[in-house]
Design a protein around this ligand. Structure first.
Ligand code: MG
Length: 315
């Protein structure tokens, strides 16, 4: 891309910064509103199997994330590093919190979206639609009204080596759902994704962004209607290299997406602002830290962070 200014900073800060910060900057002024010039990508922990689903637990001041194949939820604290938070996790993937600060988790092998009460008790929030089990809930976001929006691709189902078919599938497709815990109602909102994955609301919750990590490798944007359904769904941006997995929106309405080469940041009009290059391919990310201005990145076998100049939208 001709308008991309490649900045490769060879300076490595002393202390924890293990990697020089590498950025590809398409819009220098706006990129600096996202990432300070002196920011560096820091490897916080490694030797995991496959990391996903980071979410910042505000009340506790710590990060929770998934090691999917290891069947564990992990916890990272600014002082104290990484410990096991919950095991088994039923191959937990995406995590978020509800308006009460409770942890909400998508489970591959549990084939459900689970809620952890403040007491620590974990219970099923929803595990079926129209009497059929979900495929393998992947990622989740909770709207300020408490409704739970999640995706259900088939990545967590085993493929039969002979037939190449997914085993145990009950749903006729890979859908985007909305679950209302108050009424117990679950609605299939969008049915034409190949493999819907990360999802996030705009700051005013009038738009919903959903990644398709299947063959389209793009992010679509929907208008959220007052009745909780969505319309539209045009392509917002393409991700290259790799595919979009987890996505987040910042307070200014920019979309931050995982990609093969790192974290790619898009302006609200869908144009590329720039990229934070990461040594391993990120699958997900979240804003957190005391001031909400640390970006945590789960990337293959490791957990990374970088100080950023803006906080995330929502909680
Ligand atoms: Mg995902």
């Amino acid at each position: 891309m001709s308008n991309v200014l490649l900045l490769s900073l060879t300076f490595v800060a002393p202390g924890l910064a293990l990697h020089a910060a590498d950025f590809q900057i398409a819009k220098p002024t706006e990129f600096r509103q996202c990432v300070p010039a002196d920011a560096t990508v820091t490897k916080l922990a490694g030797d995991f199997t496959f990391t996903e689903g980071p979410t910042w637990i505000k009340a506790g001041g710590f990060l929770v994330f998934s090691d999917i194949p290891k069947d564990e939820l992990k916890q990272w604290k600014p002082a104290g590093g990484t410990t096991t938070y919950r095991q088994p996790s039923y191959n937990a993937n995406g995590n978020t919190t509800d308006p009460d600060g409770r942890l909400i988790t998508c489970e591959h092998s549990g084939r459900r979206v689970a809620l952890q009460e403040k007491s620590g008790t974990v219970r099923t929030l929803v595990d079926s639609f129209e009497g059929k089990k979900f495929n393998s809930p992947n990622d989740v976001v909770v709207k300020s009204d408490g409704t739970v929006w999640f995706t259900d691709p088939d990545y967590g189902l085993k493929t039969n080596p002979a037939t190449k078919q997914k085993e145990g599938r009950e749903q006729p497709g890979n859908f985007v759902y909305r679950h209302d815990p108050k009424s117990g109602t679950t609605t299939a909102l969008v049915k034409d994704f190949v493999n819907p994955n990360g999802l996030a609301f705009s700051p005013d919750e009038k738009k919903l962004y959903v990644a398709d990590s299947g063959t389209p490798k793009h992010i679509r944007v929907f208008d959220v209607k007052a009745d909780g359904t969505v319309s539209g769904g045009q392509v917002f941006c393409k991700i290259d290299p790799g595919a979009p997995d987890g996505i987040r929106v910042d307070k200014a309405g920019r979309v931050w997406s995982s990609a093969g080469d790192g974290v790619q940041i898009f302006a609200p009009d869908g144009s590329l602002v720039g990229k934070i290059l990461v040594p391993e391919s990120p699958a997900n990310l979240c804003f957190g830290g005391d001031d909400g201005r640390t970006l945590f990145i789960t990337a293959r076998k490791s957990l990374y962070s970088i100080k950023v100049a803006v906080a995330g939208a929502g909680r």
